[in-house]
Design a protein around this ligand. Structure first.
Ligand SMILES: CC(C)(COP(=O)(O)OP(=O)(O)OC[C@H]1O[C@@H](n2cnc3c(N)ncnc32)[C@H](O)[C@@H]1OP(=O)(O)O)[C@@H](O)C(=O)NCCC(=O)NCCS
Length: 172
């Protein structure tokens, strides 16, 4: 497990307790959360963050909940790994750039590439996947730019998109 993933313009680091303020603001933000199915935000309180979320993240030896920062340390979003199954050699990636004024500058694509690299090189999985809503065109676009292919739909009506190690190794 590495606490920091370093990229060109970004670093993605393990979440820390002082990040709860940012996450609370972002998760309650209707603009950030609309495309993931919460047009009014999540309406969470700091108590929710401290009692429901922080204990899991703090105690997770893998450090799978992460904060995306600019290289100067400014937090701009979150990324996470979930559904990590060693037997299936796969992991799911989620990410958000939570400052809308930074959208469409290539930061989401860079963050996704960093998470993919970590999944294949550090977690050593053979397959990564993402579950975007069919209407979330920006995230579908960044997934395609990172060579994910749509292989089906999820029960909730989203897309199931995957990237296998063999293809990723050919493309890098
Ligand atoms: C999805 C998200 C991570 C993208 O981040 P970003 O920094 O804007 O991504 P990039 O700038 O690297 O790429 C965005 C791409 O989407 C394209 N795009 C933007 N709006 C679009 C639209 N309405 N339809 C089609 N493509 C669109 C951009 O043109 C760009 O593609 P290009 O580089 O080929 O021009 C960001 O918008 C976000 O966090 N949204 C809110 C949360 C979310 O939806 N997370 C994903 C959960 S599955």
């Amino acid at each position: 497990m590495r606490d920091i993933i370093q990229g060109k313009r970004l670093l993605i680091r393990r979440v820390q307790e002082h990040d709860l303020d940012y996450l609370l603001k972002w998760w309650n933000d209707s603009q950030v959360m609309a495309s993931v199915g919460f047009p009014d935000g999540l309406s969470l309180s700091m108590k929710d963050m401290e009692t429901k979320y922080w204990p899991q993240w703090r105690d997770d030896p893998e450090g799978f909940q992460r904060i995306i920062c600019l290289n100067d340390g400014t937090p701009i979003g979150e990324a996470n790994f979930h559904n990590y199954y060693i037997e299936e050699s796969s992991v799911q990636i989620g990410l958000k750039i939570c400052l809308p004024e930074l959208w469409n500058q290539g930061l989401g694509t860079e963050a996704l590439q960093m998470m993919i690299h970590y999944a294949f090189e550090v977690l050593k999985v053979d397959r990564v996947y993402v579950n975007p809503a069919k209407t979330n065109h920006p995230v579908i676009r960044i997934n395609e730019k990172c060579c994910f292919r749509t292989i089906g739909e999820t029960e909730g009506g989203g897309l199931l998109m995957e990237l296998k190690r063999e293809l990723w190794e050919k493309k890098i």
